[in-house]
Design a protein around this ligand. Sequence first.
Ligand SMILES: [Zn+2]
Ligand SMILES: [Zn+2]
Length: 141
Amino acid sequence: MCAVMDRGAIRDGSTFGAVYTCNRCGHIWVTRKADGLPRSCPKCRSVIWNKNCKTVKCLRCGHQWISTKKRPSRCPGCHTARWDVPVSPEPVKVRRPAVVDPDLVERIRDLYYTGMTAVQISVETGLSFQTVYSIVCSLEK
Ligand SMILES: [Zn+2]
Ligand SMILES: [Zn+2]
């Protein structure tokens, strides 16, 4: 976890310094401060330069960010908590032709008139809600 990869004291003229490496930008610098770690990286000004940062990529939306956590809880891009779980390939849906055959329209109409909602018809017929809805809408005109 220690970011200071090479902290061995080096001789810099007559002064001893410590070498620090920024985990964010990779900047290496020498400080003569005797005590304490530098607050921020002199180059990128990151205050988490000494944290074990890593670039994290969301497998859902592709967003990349730098995190100091071992496993960030959420993707800042799409806010999913399952950012490290690849999106499982969608089950291949049988794509119905855009043009719904007249028998089906009739069936939807029948179902609609029995009092079923577009959602129920969609479940019943296996058609997408959008399709059913548009047909239902056209019936109401
Ligand atoms: Zn830096
Ligand atoms: Zn995301």
